[in-house]
Design a protein around this ligand. Structure first.
Ligand SMILES: [Zn+2]
Length: 313
């Protein structure tokens, strides 16, 4: 098996090929099958087409180790979960979908072309109603696998677009395939810790590799320390107000299973781009120069005592 790298981005039979590692899975002298790191199906092309597009490449050990990781099957998870009780079925089904989407797919870079616009361009080209080329268009990616090519945070849009077919995701959205699987497992597990969640089946516990089943009511929003509730998620669909989203302990640590949790949307907004530690520092700095009423002091002392004990531990 040998690894290769695209000489530039290209579209091959409708598939956008980004600048990521590829692996030659077969080469019979006439036809080459090459599997790209961020695509699920191998591309099949002639040797001439292959030679024109790829150069030899030595990926990092991390990429080599991750290359053939198989994503956990959504249908296997759904099957193992079994039928949900009627009271929570709608929410559980939607949250299973959301867990899968958030674990495996990254939001597009804001400089990217929305995929519907991109699709319209493709359709227009097919009927020759436009002379615009894919190469002349903005970065293309709305939602793409988390193991896609990363656009550097400081990228120059004009320079970037000179590269044919600029696509990619933001660095903080990136996760290797093994990490995506870990995130998927963590999000499904957390869901069963919501207040009002149904009990987890034995089959799902086995599939997720959990020593213990999660206990409903134990999953809290780490920002406000209140339990997350299935009932409130249900209300969200009627109210059209987001109750929850995927939160980061420390946004700067990026998309990792041990850094992500289901928390309140409002809490997530308050946290902004700050880590938990930065928020604690801000709170203590504000507290150090404030004066308090007796009632406020009574509310603060238990927290101060817990903090003091944890600092001395
Ligand atoms: Zn919260």
């Amino acid at each position: 098996m040998s690894f290769v790298f695209p000489k530039k981005r290209f579209v091959f039979r409708g598939v956008i090929v980004a600048k990521v590692a590829g692996k030659v899975v077969s080469n019979d002298g006439a036809t080459v099958k090459v599997k790209m790191y961020d695509l699920s199906k191998p591309l099949t092309m002639t040797v001439a087409e292959f030679d024109e597009r790829f150069a030899p490449y030595e990926p990092s050990p991390e990429v080599i180790a991750d290359f053939d990781v198989v994503p956990i099957s959504k249908s296997a998870i759904v099957k193992a979960a079994g039928a949900f009780p009627e009271s929570s079925a709608t929410v559980m089904e939607k949250m299973f979908d959301k867990s899968h989407m958030d674990a495996f797919m990254a939001a597009g870079n804001t400089k990217n072309c929305p995929i519907d616009k991109y699709d319209k361009l493709i359709a227009a080209r097919a009927t020759a109603t436009t002379t615009a080329t894919l190469e002349s268009f903005s970065p293309q990616c709305n939602r793409r696998a988390r193991n896609s090519a990363v656009i550097p945070a400081d990228f120059d849009v004009v320079e970037f677009q000179k590269d044919p077919l600029p696509i990619g995701i933001d660095a903080h959205e990136f996760a290797r395939k093994a990490e995506q699987n870990a995130i998927y497992k963590a999000l499904i597990t957390q869901l069963y810790g919501f207040q009002g969640a149904p009990p987890m089946t034995d089959a799902l516990q086995t599939l997720l590799g959990l020593a213990e089943k999660p206990v409903a009511g134990t999953h809290i929003c780490k920002y406000c320390c209140k339990p997350m509730e299935i009932e409130k998620v249900a209300q969200e669909y009627k109210a059209k107000v987001h109750y929850l989203n995927l939160c980061h302990d420390d946004p700067k640590r990026g998309t990792r299973a041990d850094n992500l949790y289901w928390g309140h949307t409002t809490c997530n907004r308050e946290q902004g781009g700050c880590s938990t530690f930065e928020r604690v520092m801000q709170g203590l700095q504000l507290g150090a120069r404030a004066t308090f009423t007796e009632a406020e002091k009574a509310a603060l002392w238990p927290l101060v005592n817990v903090l003091a004990a944890s600092l001395q531990a």
